[in-house]
Each structure stands twice: as structure tokens, then as C-alpha cells.
Design a protein around this ligand. Structure first.
Ligand SMILES: *[C@@H]1O[C@H](CO)[C@@H](O)[C@H](O)[C@H]1NC(C)=O
Ligand SMILES: *[C@@H]1O[C@H](CO)[C@@H](O)[C@H](O)[C@H]1NC(C)=O
Ligand SMILES: *[C@@H]1O[C@H](CO)[C@@H](O)[C@H](O)[C@H]1NC(C)=O
Ligand SMILES: *[C@@H]1O[C@H](CO)[C@@H](O)[C@H](O)[C@H]1NC(C)=O
Length: 313
């Protein structure tokens, strides 16, 4: 492309932006919150503010401790339906708002309760969470023409024992509804139904990219093995020395089988686009510090090659 045509393209682009609001008149269906008012809000890391947070669309509150969580599964249970795990990568679990002390809220907005099988079935005060009977959350993504997002999610946001889309709906309904920056009001007057859902999935994937667990462990010689177990301290050192803070490690089988990792963060700006600062886990590991920990190889037929897809992002 010549310099001139690039310049005129930029001119057309900037003119059309100036002439319309953030959401209207664009060829691409947007899923961005209207964050213009955040330009005048004080910029502090979540959980580190000294004054009151006045604009809850700009900073996650009260759940300012933002967790990016991942799973290491060796099978999905739905292999026959093509639900496979991504070779060379852990899988995305979610993006969770914990309160600054590590406690948390869940299912905060029943008008966006899209989870067909709520877990838990009721809130701590006994209020039953109504199961969603409507269309699959994957149809919301399709409404926005986001095949790229659906493909990425089916590759990396993989459930064990339930269809992927049910898991995504669970993550949105249980956690994203408690993330204040994803409140419908934050999307402004031109809010399009379900754009918060698409925006949340994009944000969770962005956060997931910050923490390439498989690669960080492999760089320290920690690779899946059915022959050699690892010491908890070696796994923790590998991740802590790359991220700058201690994540939570979750193990099954009485603390001997590595199954999950949670990365804790304070966020400057929004969890959508802001800067994540790793902080130490508020939760004690469930992995054994005395026995060897198994980081099992996956069942071969439970994995698929997806890295060509990863390179697109
Ligand atoms: C239960 O807790 C939720 C969330 O805090 C609240 O909205 C609801 O009013 C409570 N219900 C009762 C019966 O206390
Ligand atoms: C689980 O681990 C604890 C502590 O290492 C040990 O005392 C206990 O016997 C183990 N239980 C089983 C069922 O292996
Ligand atoms: C995490 O905890 C360690 C050990 O207590 C401490 O040295 C370090 O400063 C903490 N890191 C952060 C980011 O808080
Ligand atoms: C490794 O062991 C796990 C746990 O027993 C098993 O599920 C998996 O199929 C094994 N993988 C290989 C490649 O043998």
C-alpha cells in the first residue's frame, strides 16, 4: 500500500470515528465498554486505592483481586464429540474477581444467569440460583460474528465432563457478573445485548495469554511425565521466578496430582485492557510438600494440535 492511500485510509477511519459514537455506524460489531469517563477517574491498582472508587466501570471493585485460573486435565470425557485438549498448553478456567482479602462473591446478577447447571445450586443465604433454560451462550458469540473467538475458546477453554459452552456460561454467570467493569451500565446507551459476554471472553483470553504455564514450566525442565514426579518447590520456583509472585497450585489425589493454577493480580485500569500486576496467592496450596507431585502426560487421544491457531493471536 502506498503512503498516500494509507494516509487517506487513516483519514477516512478517523473521520468516521469522529462522526459517530463508539458503537454506532461501525462495520465491525463492537463489544467494548464505553470507558471515556475513565479518562478523568484516578488511576490506581485495584485493592490499592486509598480513596473511594467512584466509577466502578473503571476499576474492578469490590473484587479487585483478579485471578486468572487454568487447568491441567489429562482427558475431557467428551473426546468422542471432538472435545480435545490443546497440545503444549494448559487450558483456560476463568477470570475471577476475589475481594481484596481473598473471599469472593458469585452469581451477582440473575438477569445474566446463563448457566444451565448452577454450581453451587444456591447462594450462601439459601437463595436458589435459577438454571438457565435459554439458548447456549455460544449463540451469543455467533451473534457478534466472532467465529475467531469461538474457535479459540473451543481450542483452549476446554471443559472436563460437560460441553465447553456450558462451562463458559458457568464462568460468565458465576464470576463475570461480579466484575464491576463488565456491568451492563458500563457499556453506555448503545449497549447491544450480550456484548458484555463477548467482551468478558475476550478479556479472559487476554489475561490467559499473560500466563503461559506450560512454557514457563518447560523452561525449567518441568514437562508432563508419567515416569518422574516433581517437587512442589521446583514447580513454585519456576512460576514465581517468571511472574514475580506466588500462584496458587491445586492438586488432586491427596495433593499428589497437579491439576490447576491460579494467578493473582491487582489491575491498573480495567480487567478488560488494564495492566495486571502479579501478587502472591491468598490461598494455601493443596499440593503436597512431602510427596512427589505428578504432572501427568495426557492421554494421547485426548489431545489435538492447535498451535497454528495460537499464532494468530
Ligand atoms: C441473598 O444474597 C443475595 C446476594 O448478596 C441478595 O441479593 C439477596 O437479597 C439475599 N436474599 C436473602 C433472602 O437474604
Ligand atoms: C494424604 O496425605 C497425608 C499427608 O501427606 C497423609 O497423612 C495421608 O495418609 C494421605 N492419605 C491417603 C489416603 O493417602
Ligand atoms: C510474596 O511473598 C514473598 C515471601 O513472603 C515475598 O518476599 C514477596 O515480596 C511477595 N511478593 C509480592 C509480589 O507480594
Ligand atoms: C499418564 O497417566 C495418566 C494418569 O494415570 C493417564 O491418564 C494418561 O493416559 C497417561 N498418559 C500416557 C501418555 O500414558
Amino acid at each position: 500500500m502506498s503512503k498516500n492511500s494509507l494516509a487517506s485510509l487513516l483519514l477516512v477511519f478517523s473521520t468516521s470515528c469522529a462522526a459517530t459514537s463508539i458503537h454506532d455506524g461501525s462495520a465491525v460489531i463492537q463489544s467494548d465498554p464505553a470507558l471515556l469517563s475513565c479518562a478523568s477517574a484516578p488511576l490506581t491498582y485495584s485493592c490499592e486505592n486509598t480513596g473511594l472508587i467512584t466509577n466502578t466501570c473503571c476499576t474492578s471493585t469490590p473484587g479487585g483481586l483478579v485471578l486468572q485460573t487454568q487447568f491441567w486435565d489429562t482427558y475431557t470425557g467428551l473426546e468422542k464429540k471432538g472435545q480435545l485438549l490443546p497440545k503444549g498448553s494448559w487450558t483456560l478456567h476463568g477470570l475471577w474477581p476475589d475481594n481484596c482479602d481473598g473471599s469472593f462473591e458469585q452469581y451477582c446478577d440473575f438477569s445474566r444467569q446463563f448457566d444451565p447447571d448452577p454450581s453451587p445450586a444456591a447462594l450462601p443465604n439459601g437463595t436458589v440460583i435459577p438454571p438457565w433454560k435459554g439458548p447456549s451462550i455460544s449463540t451469543f458469540i455467533a451473534e457478534f460474528g466472532r467465529t475467531d473467538l469461538l474457535n479459540f475458546m473451543n481450542a483452549y477453554w476446554v471443559s472436563q465432563g460437560s460441553p465447553n459452552a456450558d462451562f463458559w456460561a458457568h464462568e460468565f454467570a458465576k464470576h463475570a457478573t461480579c466484575l464491576s467493569t463488565f456491568d451492563i451500565a458500563c457499556y453506555g446507551r448503545s449497549y447491544k445485548k450480550h456484548e458484555d459476554v463477548v467482551n468478558f471472553f475476550d478479556a479472559a483470553i487476554r489475561a490467559f495469554h499473560r500466563y503461559p504455564t506450560f512454557d514457563m514450566l518447560a523452561a525449567f525442565g518441568i514437562i508432563p511425565s508419567n515416569k518422574t514426579g516433581y517437587d512442589l518447590t521446583d514447580i513454585e520456583t519456576a512460576l514465581t521466578s517468571q511472574t514475580g509472585a506466588k500462584p496458587f497450585l491445586g492438586c488432586s489425589k491427596n495433593g499428589t496430582v497437579l491439576a490447576e493454577v491460579w494467578y493473582f493480580n491487582h489491575v491498573l485500569g480495567t480487567p478488560q485492557y488494564g495492566n495486571f500486576k502479579p501478587v502472591n496467592s491468598t490461598t494455601t496450596t493443596s499440593c503436597s510438600s512431602t510427596s512427589k507431585i505428578w504432572y501427568y502426560e495426557r492421554t494421547k487421544t485426548s489431545e489435538q494440535e492447535v498451535r497454528s491457531g495460537k499464532s494468530l493471536l
